[in-house]
Design a protein around this ligand. Structure first.
Ligand code: KIV
Length: 272
């Protein structure tokens, strides 16, 4: 399938929908800071998620639960400042939208106003639909997230594949339809059987972005630190590592230390 011509100056939710309509796969990555966001935007990534996975890979927390709205806004501002082409979506962190829809709207308005992002993402289906409706009513584009929803890890108790049983799969399909009907522009499906994800992508008109959801969906997302091999202790089957940056950085830092110790750095040309 031919890619859309590279004359797009800014990817919008409408562009993502066109990509699905034309059968062009959507490529997404996470980013949390200015320098990395600039590189991946220049590389023509279609959309960037300022994910609450920042809680894990940037702040070192065990789960995504501790990250705050202010911290997400800090990451969002840094990414938006770097990006000129990609669609930028910022995660609503745990505890900022589940309680009541008014709080969900206020959190989303803060993200949109203070970061300049294009959209927000939240986790869940039926149980958060009032919040989804309220955010959408303010004209804020919403991306859904179903399947393995890391903010509910304490309820699941495990990061294993979700919706392998019929009742959970049926509920996921219902939730996906509900989110589409409400007006979400896209949904992330995380760690679910590929057959189920393929079915959701073919039943729904909006783009379905998979992570550990197989190849039958409309696009893929990975956490940047995982696909670049910066993180070492996370190796699910769905993760393809495109680089081993941990080793590269480790080696480079070792060389730097060595050069200082043997008085090779700085040399004559590296001083004033
Ligand atoms: O926070 C995140 O990085 C995410 C992706 C895994 C989809 O939600």
């Amino acid at each position: 399938m031919a890619a859309l011509p590279n004359i797009i100056t800014k990817v919008t939710t409408h562009v993502l929908q066109e990509m699905k309509n034309k059968g062009e796969k959507i490529a997404m990555l996470t980013a949390y800071d200015y320098s990395i966001a600039k590189i991946i935007d220049r590389a023509n990534i279609d959309a960037i998620l300022v994910g609450d996975s920042a809680s894990n890979v940037m702040a070192g927390h065990r789960t995504t639960l501790p990250i705050t709205l202010n911290e997400m806004i800090y990451h969002g501002v840094s990414v938006v400042r770097a990006v000129s082409r990609a669609l930028v979506i910022v995660d609503l962190p745990f505890g900022t939208y589940q309680g009541n829809s008014k709080e969900a709207l206020n959190s989303s308005i803060r993200i949109m106003k203070e970061t300049g992002a294009d959209a927000v993402k939240l986790e869940g289906g039926q149980e958060v639909i009032e919040s989804v409706n309220r955010i959408l009513s303010a004209g804020i584009p919403v991306m859904g997230h179903l399947g393995l929803t890391p903010q509910s890890i304490n309820k699941f108790g495990t990061y294993v594949v979700r919706a392998t049983q019929k009742d959970e799969a049926d509920r996921l399909i219902e939730d996906a339809h509900l989110l589409e009907k409400a007006g979400c522009f896209s949904i992330v499906l995380e760690k679910v059987p590929s057959q189920l994800a393929t079915r959701v992508a073919s039943e729904l008109k909006i783009p379905i972005i998979g992570i550990g959801a197989g190849s039958g969906v409309d696009g893929q997302i990975l956490v940047l630190h995982d696909m670049l091999g910066i993180t070492q202790d996370f190796s699910p089957r769905f993760l393809r590592r495109y680089h081993n940056l941990y080793e590269e950085i480790y080696g480079a830092v070792g060389n730097y230390i060595h050069d200082i110790k043997i008085r090779d750095f700085p040399n004559e040309k590296e001083q004033y």
